[in-house]
Design a protein around this ligand. Structure first.
Ligand SMILES: C[S@@+](CC[C@H](N)C(=O)[O-])C[C@H]1O[C@@H](n2cnc3c(N)ncnc32)[C@H](O)[C@@H]1O
Length: 226
């Protein structure tokens, strides 16, 4: 439907979508809303796996003066991201910075390591081989939906990147499959760099996103190790 009308609503925004880009979903509005309550004016925010720019552009729309980086790898999705970013900047929102790159690559945005206030991510997370509805299977890009045999192939390296990017006390939120309500908090605990680890449900009562804060006093050690 969103491909037919050419746009999708996300929080207060109407975003252009079409072939090659993931259609933003209502459940992701919860992750963006969680972030907006915590991000303060002037903060530095990184949206990993940006797609249409839904999360990044919502933050730029709702929090004044933020410095938002939106990282996306897909050559098919990037034109939609750039188009939405330009439209929102023209509408008066703080411009976001679009970064073409692989979110699992430690070199991407490495210059920001240890300085970021919030890292947000709605990655591909459906385990390969799981049956999905026809609208997803036929119209959402495969690499936007599926992530390896257990669905955690992108989330695992993203947790490591978030730990590196965040300043002490910075916050991380990552959406996940409804089968990952235990696995994602366990991965966050196992990394050893996060506190305040919680999992949150979507409006249907299913486990949907994990959140955590970067432990204080370890980011500088991380920088020394690099
Ligand atoms: C589930 S979609 C989410 C898009 C958007 N954040 C949203 O919530 O609507 C995941 C996005 O991650 C991108 N992606 C998948 N693997 C990636 C990687 N390794 N590096 C960068 N982007 C990636 C896909 O192209 C897709 O746009």
């Amino acid at each position: 439907m969103q491909h037919l009308v050419g746009s999708a609503g996300f929080r207060h925004l109407e975003l252009a979508v079409g072939p090659g880009v993931f259609v933003p979903r209502p459940e992701t509005e919860l992750l963006a809303g969680w972030a907006v309550t915590l991000i303060t004016p002037g903060a530095t925010v990184v949206d990993l796996c940006a797609g249409s720019g839904a999360i990044a552009l919502a933050v730029a729309n709702e929090v004044p003066g933020v410095r938002v980086y939106a990282v996306e790898r897909s050559p098919a999705a990037l034109p939609w991201l750039r188009r939405n970013a330009e439209a929102r900047a023209a509408a008066g929102d703080t411009p976001i910075r679009v970064v073409e790159g692989d979110v699992t690559d430690p070199a991407v945005l490495a210059d920001l390591d240890g300085t970021v206030d919030a890292v947000l991510c709605n990655p591909p997370y459906v385990p390969a081989g799981v049956a999905v509805p026809a609208d997803v299977a036929d119209h959402d890009p495969y690499d936007a939906v599926f992530a390896g045999a257990d669905g955690l192939a992108v989330i695992r390296p993203v947790i490591a990147r978030a730990a590196a990017l965040l300043r002490p006390g910075g916050v991380f939120g990552v959406e996940h499959d409804d089968s990952h309500g235990t696995a994602v908090p366990a991965l966050l605990r196992a990394h050893g760099s996060f506190t305040d680890i919680e999992d949150h449900q979507d409006l249907a009562g299913r486990p949907r996103y994990g959140t955590a804060a970067r432990s204080r006093g370890v980011a500088s050690e991380h920088r020394r190790e690099r």
